[in-house]
Design a protein around this ligand. Structure first.
Ligand SMILES: C[S@@+](CC[C@H](N)C(=O)[O-])C[C@H]1O[C@@H](n2cnc3c(N)ncnc32)[C@H](O)[C@@H]1O
Length: 407
């Protein structure tokens, strides 16, 4: 599917192709298996490339239906849907391009292009894969959105000087997730060399990017985006797209709560003994290295020098930036002790959380003789402290302080 030729793509967007996709998605939604659908498609259509294109598009519709209201009108290949950001994330990123002329490079089948076209003054989308370009044009058209689609190499085009540039390079190479900025397709250094002088440049990156990667875009604000509890991506903003003076930003979606660092990083919080509450800072804030700022504001301390887990003496104020749980006990990280505590206290639901500890949770469950039944009850937080690993028992059933990062 993902080597969709322009001929097959042109057929897919024709009346016959769209009917075949609609029928296949109805069957899949009704519970038919992909193999059964593929086999009847083979009989109806013959051509294996068309069969695979229809099946891929139908499966993509099924997968995106919760995320995209108009999923049933859109055409993605399986891989191009996996590469697209969640619609809420694309919409959030697009806000910085409102009322501007923008070039969307590496546009795929248009997840971002659609969000940009809804708010920008004009959009030129560039995708080098001819088949994806055809689906991209279709997706814009069915939503009544206007953008110019160019089938070209993002490293060859030259957007006019007044335009802003948005680029979402592929983060997988030969099916494997890449870690280094030099390995994305196209590579980040090549994109910066070609488009770094644009009036504004936004490059979508992996949230796991290494802060010390030598190809880190220069003079950029890096925004870390969290959707619900998941850290989903980072964006390097340069030039006019960079928020003034900001070097790192954490954003919580869908709420749209945001905080940035301007100026130097404050000193690390002091390490202190565990107080009455354990605070887990939202991952976007940890990646943006804002946890010392956040903790400093509420008098929190770190529980270990190299851990972004904080503690307070007394209940901290409510905040979307951390979850705070009362500490019930601190136990040695030995199954026997934990088993004893559980037998004595007899809590209902329990769950396990690992902080900097690499062990097999299933083995632990077997050893303590209790399967996980959380979330929402007692949490056994296996935590590596400076002096060794402990189990911090916290209570989630009393409700986290603060609405939590997902609300
Ligand atoms: C991560 S996907 C983009 C997803 C897209 N932003 C969306 O929201 O649907 C990256 C895309 O870049 C395209 N691509 C990779 N290298 C390219 C290049 N040099 N020029 C143009 N497109 C390229 C790939 O074909 C792929 O469709």
């Amino acid at each position: 599917v993902d080597r969709l030729t322009s001929e097959v793509a042109e057929w897919l967007v024709s009346e016959a192709g769209l009917e075949a996709v609609a029928a296949a998605s109805t069957r899949l939604r009704g519970g038919a298996g992909a193999l059964a659908v593929a086999s009847s498609l083979r009989q109806e259509l013959g051509d294996p490339d068309r069969v695979s294109a229809v099946l891929g598009a139908a499966e993509a519709r099924l997968r995106s239906v919760r995320d995209r209201e108009q999923a049933d009108l859109l055409l993605f290949t399986r891989e191009s849907l996996e590469q697209a950001s969640a619609a809420a994330v694309s919409r959030w990123r697009a806000r910085r391009f409102s009322e501007q002329d923008v070039w969307d490079l590496c546009a795929g089948c248009g997840g971002d292009t659609m969000a940009l076209a809804a708010v920008a003054r004009s959009v030129t989308a560039v995708e080098w894969d001819p088949g994806r370009s055809v689906l991209l044009r279709h997706n814009l058209e069915v939503l009544g959105l206007i953008a110019t689609v160019v089938t070209a190499d993002a490293l060859q085009v030259r957007p006019p000087a007044h335009c802003l540039v948005h680029v979402d390079p592929a983060r997988r190479r030969d099916g494997r997730r890449v870690r280094r900025l030099a390995e994305t397709v196209p590579s980040v250094p090549a994109l910066v060399a070609r488009h770094g002088a644009a009036r504004g440049l936004g490059i979508v990156l992996s949230p796991a990017l290494d802060h010390d990667d030598p190809d880190h875009p220069p003079d950029a604000e890096v925004e870390y985006l969290q959707l619900g509890n998941d850290l989903v991506e980072a964006v390097a903003w340069q030039g006019a797209l960079r928020a003034e003076g900001a070097s790192a930003t954490a954003t919580l979606l869908p709420a749209g709560v945001q905080r940035s660092r301007r100026g130097p990083r404050p000193p690390r919080l002091a390490v202190a003994k565990l107080g009455t509450h354990l605070l887990e800072v939202a991952p976007a804030a940890v990646r943006a290295r804002l946890h010392d700022d956040l903790g400093g504001e509420i008098g929190a301390k770190r529980i270990a020098a190299r851990r972004a887990l904080l503690t307070t003496e007394g209940r901290p104020p409510s905040s979307p930036w951390y979850r705070a749980r009362p500490v019930l006990a601190v136990l040695p990280a030995r199954a026997k002790q934990v088993r004893g505590w559980l037998r004595h206290e007899d809590p209902g639901e329990i769950e396990i959380a690992l902080h900097g500890v690499s062990l097999d949770p299933e083995r632990w469950w077997r050893e303590i003789g209790r399967p996980p039944r959380g979330p929402g009850g007692i949490r056994l937080e296996l935590t590596r402290l400076d002096e060794g690993t402990v189990v911090i028992v916290t209570d989630g059933s009393l409700g986290d302080v603060g609405p939590g990062p997902s609300s």
